[in-house]
Design a protein around this ligand. Structure first.
Ligand code: NAD
Length: 370
């Protein structure tokens, strides 16, 4: 087993152990993961299939990955194609769900461009996926209910970005904070479509009594996040693995908490199975809240230890004038709601998560554009 394969195997064990109750309740049911070819889809799809393999005596979970596959089917999904419990469905979520979809028990909507680099390039496509795409999914749930085939759970992926740039007294940020968001700035296509998406979810849940829940992910990172994605950790990993200096395009002072994806995915399955309809849950870690400069320094230290990296951190002004416009200065969640209601309990410390990520990237350096 390569170091990268070992990381994935350990993560899958971690997810199915911590989510054992949730996966048992999914046994024999059909789950649709829209956007399942993306970063979060990597473990969202692999974990139930892995649970099928390590569980004896319970019916398997059936997983349908719906994605536009705009950049092709990723190699990890191709490798799983022989699995009888995995089905791939090429579809653009901006269009109504295809009739051949049939009956689904649980639906996850993670089909949206998520990288700032790319959603600023494709703002209208981003809005349409989060508004029209979500609406189509919710209408499907309503139609299923009316046909006597009620869905059992829906999870919409919103974002910590719905808080915009929180005022200092609202950091750490609880779900009750209403946000400080521009509706016309360069990031608004993402932030505002997620906000409207949440409003759609809450009102469909209330008006039609549907089991729709919302997750607000805070800076997830780790295996599955393409090295070309444009988010900060894969960018650092690419520099380290190529032996180049880490070039920071901002002053590095923005502060974040970083949540390792194996912890986050357990949280998402907990919200899907146990979250209250019409409710939103922050999914992230409470600390440490570190600057992007600090993160880069930690990545350099780990790069030295793991690969004998000799580079350093340097700074360059971005040629993109909107690079940091409306970029929140601090982002740090309160996760008490998910902890107390759902038993969400992220465990992976940042240095361990970074180490795992770098090892995974060392075996997964090739990627098409995100
Ligand atoms: N990763 C994070 O830290 C984070 C933070 C906040 C919110 N989110 C949200 O979680 C969800 C998943 O994020 P991710 O990091 O996995 O993103 P990603 O970009 O890695 O994956 C998104 C997937 O959705 C697919 N997709 C995009 N538009 C589509 C469309 N119109 N029809 C069908 N498929 C489409 C893409 O092909 C891709 O496979 C997104 O809704 C994102 O906004 C993620």
């Amino acid at each position: 087993m390569t170091p990268a394969e070992k990381i994935v195997s350990e993560d899958l064990h971690h997810i199915v152990n911590r989510g054992s109750d949730e996966f048992s309740r999914l046994s024999g049911r059909r789950v649709l993961i829209a956007g399942g070819a993306g970063f979060l889809g990597y473990y969202l799809a692999q974990a139930p299939l892995f649970w099928n393999k390590v569980t004896v005596g319970l019916p398997p979970i059936s997983v349908t990955v719906l994605d536009s596959f705009i950049r092709g089917v990723p190699s990890w999904l191709t490798a799983l194609e022989g699995d009888p419990n995995l089905h791939l469905l090429q579809h653009d979520i901006r269009n109504p769900l295809p009739v051949e979809l049939g009956d689904v028990d649980f639906l996850l909507h993670a089909a949206s461009i998520a990288s700032p680099l790319y959603y600023r390039k494709y703002p209208i496509e981003t809005m349409d996926a989060n508004v029209n795409g979500l609406r189509g999914m919710l209408e499907y749930c309503l139609a299923q209910k009316r046909a006597g085939k009620s869905v059992a759970g829906v999870l919409f992926y919103s974002s910590s970005e719905i808080y915009g740039d929180p005022t200092p007294e609202n950091i750490p940020t609880p779900e009750t904070y209403r946000g400080h968001v521009s509706c016309t700035g360069p990031r608004a296509c993402y932030d505002e479509s997620k906000r409207y998406g949440e409003t759609l979810c809450v009102n469909f849940a209330r008006q039609h009594d549907l089991p729709i829940k919302v997750a607000r992910p805070f800076n997830n990172y780790g295996p599955g996040l393409k090295i070309t994605d444009g988010r900060v950790i894969p960018d650092f990993a690419r520099s380290i693995l190529d032996g180049n200096d880490i070039v920071m395009l901002s002053d590095g002072s923005a502060r974040r908490t970083f949540c390792y994806v194996a912890d986050a995915v357990v949280g998402y399955y907990k919200i899907l199975m146990k979250g209250r309809p019409g409710e939103v849950y922050n999914v992230g870690v409470e600390g440490p809240e570190i600057s992007v400069s600090d993160l880069a320094a930690r990545a350099v230290t780990l790069g030295r230890e793991l690969f004998g990296y000799t580079g350093k951190v340097s700074r360059r002004e971005s040629s993109d004038k909107d690079y940091v416009v409306d970029n929140p200065f601090r982002r740090c969640p309160v996760i008490t709601k998910a902890r107390t209601e759902l038993g969400y309990d992220p465990q992976t410390r940042i240095d361990e998560g970074l180490r795992r990520s770098l090892l995974w990237y060392s075996g997964n350096r090739e990627a098409s554009e995100a």
